[in-house]
Design a protein around this ligand. Structure first.
Ligand SMILES: Nc1ncnc2c1ncn2[C@@H]1O[C@H](COP(=O)(O)OP(=O)(O)OP(=O)(O)O)[C@@H](O)[C@H]1O
Ligand SMILES: [Mg+2]
Length: 460
């Protein structure tokens, strides 16, 4: 059965305990309450996925608890229990957002079935949302590809870690080496795959917001905290959280991450009690964390905790045997995307790809191939479909521009705007989305870049 944190609210103590027993036996985390007041307290402590709720309770109606549920988290599923003489309130409860109801007296198997159906529906809902998001980006999920020995070892490690239930993982590697792909694979290959995979780019969230993003806050925890907010750790429960660019995390926040790793517990900001979690933490960094520890910029205790298992991704220049096979894979995917039928690379192009030092690693290769496929109108990609930096000799004699111009003239695009859009997207990728740098590289002002991005519908 699907895992779940269950709350049973039922004033008949025997019935309550029987239900609790049934669900504990299938490995649910079960909490019980005999009245509305306790139930609401438990809900506010967090981490409930499903509530079995008696409609008639000694201190008020179950509808009050239902209301509290919707307040705390509308995604929590509620199954009402009603006496068979009380159909109307049951209908009212459904209108107020209950998922289903069961009439007393009932068989235990019936309850199990309704609960299972509710959880399956929830998972399907999540899956549909995930597929919609994936579809929206138009690109199917990338498989990690490699023929290199060191990378085979990486895959073997991912499989081993995936089979452990909770081991955390640190992924090191230069920018564009595939750290995020490793995190994706670890989640997908583990038993956590059907639960959430939450990605957090620690560098992209302002320092003062990161703590409340990660841990959430209680209502009234600080000015502006008008409602309780769940943090990303809570949202990742049962699944995986990916802390990307963990080197950017403020020193003061690091002990809190260490605490989650060590105790699997955390508190929301302003919270008074611990919340228990079951999350695998995967962290990635493209900076040398040991060096940062030596300089006092990263906490040694957190590094040692994260370092239990480390995967170090070799830069592309240290696995040259991957360059041509990867280039071919990217040609194929771009052929599909741009409706082209390019057959491969000329010998000269291969030579250039192999001789280049690839500072941006696989991401750079992927971008270079996308651009080449767009520009190419011959069966094989030629040297002059590659950007200038891949051909140092040409670049230094100044004929790179001529090269580029020839390539553009040969291309099937009539419009200058189209080329401009592609080039801006390309430079943005090369500069990791940094707009100041992109503008500088393009030789235009930031505001001009902004205008052009708006004009061409390029997401900021
Ligand atoms: N082995 C691989 N096979 C296929 N595609 C790959 C491979 N490695 C990386 N890529 C592609 O290269 C791009 C960069 O990969 P990814 O985002 O995982 O790198 P990263 O190490 O997280 O980079 P950064 O440090 O800049 O965040 C992605 O588009 C990814 O799909
Ligand atoms: Mg990354």
């Amino acid at each position: 059965m699907i895992k779940c944190n269950l709350l049973i609210v039922e004033d008949n103590v025997d019935l309550c305990e029987t239900l609790a027993h049934v669900f504990r036996k299938v490995d649910f985390q079960v909490q019980t309450s005999f009245n509305t007041a306790d139930a609401i307290k438990i809900l506010h402590r967090g981490l409930i996925d499903l509530v079995i709720l008696d409609l008639k309770l000694p201190d008020g109606s179950g509808l009050k608890v239902l209301e509290a549920v919707k307040d705390v988290d509308p995604d929590i599923l509620v199954i009402m229990i009603t006496a068979n003489t009380h159909v109307e309130p049951a209908v009212e409860a459904m209108k107020a957002g209950a998922y289903d109801y069961i009439m007393k007296p009932f068989e235990l198997d019936e309850v199990k079935l309704v609960v299972q159906k509710a959880l399956e529906t929830q998972i399907l809902k999540n899956e549909v949302a995930r597929l919609k998001r994936q579809n929206a980006t138009m690109f199917p999920k990338t498989e990690m590809f490699s023929v290199n020995k060191k990378m085979e070892e990486v895959k073997r490690m991912i499989k081993i870690v995936a089979e452990t239930p909770r081991t955390s993982l640190l992924i090191e590697g230069e920018s564009g080496t595939g750290k995020e792909l490793v995190a994706d694979a670890l989640h997908d290959w583990s038993a956590r795959a059907r639960y959430p995979f939450v990605k957090v780019n620690c560098a992209a969230i302002p320092e003062n917001l990161l703590e409340s993003e990660l841990f959430g806050h209680e209502k009234g925890a600080f000015t502006g905290a008008e409602t309780m907010k769940k943090g990303l750790f809570e949202m990742a429960n049962n699944g995986t959280i990916f802390l990307d660019e963990i080197s950017s995390m403020d020193l003061s926040l690091q002990p809190k991450i260490l605490r989650v790793l060590e105790t699997q517990c955390f508190r929301r900001i302003g919270g008074v009690s611990d919340i228990k979690l079951d999350v695998r933490v995967v962290a990635a960094s493209n900076r040398d964390l040991q060096e940062m520890v030596n300089k006092g910029e990263f906490r040694d205790d957190l590094l040692y905790r994260l370092k239990v298992i480390v995967i170090s991704l070799p830069p592309l220049r240290e696995r040259p045997d991957d360059i041509i096979p990867l280039a071919n894979i990217f040609i194929e995917s771009n052929n599909r995307e741009f409706n082209k039928s390019i057959q491969g690379l000329t010998e000269e192009t291969k030579e250039l790809l192999l001789n280049y030092h690839w500072p941006g690693n696989v991401r750079e290769l992927k971008n270079v191939m996308e651009r080449a496929v767009i520009l190419c109108n011959t069966p094989f990609i030629q040297a002059d479909h590659l950007p200038a930096e891949l051909n140092d000799d040409l670049a230094s004699t100044g004929s790179a521009a001529a090269n580029g111009a020839a390539a553009l003239a040969n291309s099937h695009f009539g419009s200058l705007a189209e080329i401009e859009k592609i080039h801006i997207e390309y430079m943005l990728e090369q500069c990791n989305g940094n707009k100041s740098r992109t503008a500088r590289e393009l030789g235009i002002s930031r505001s001009t870049l902004r205008e052009k991005m708006k004009l061409y519908d390029i997401p900021a």
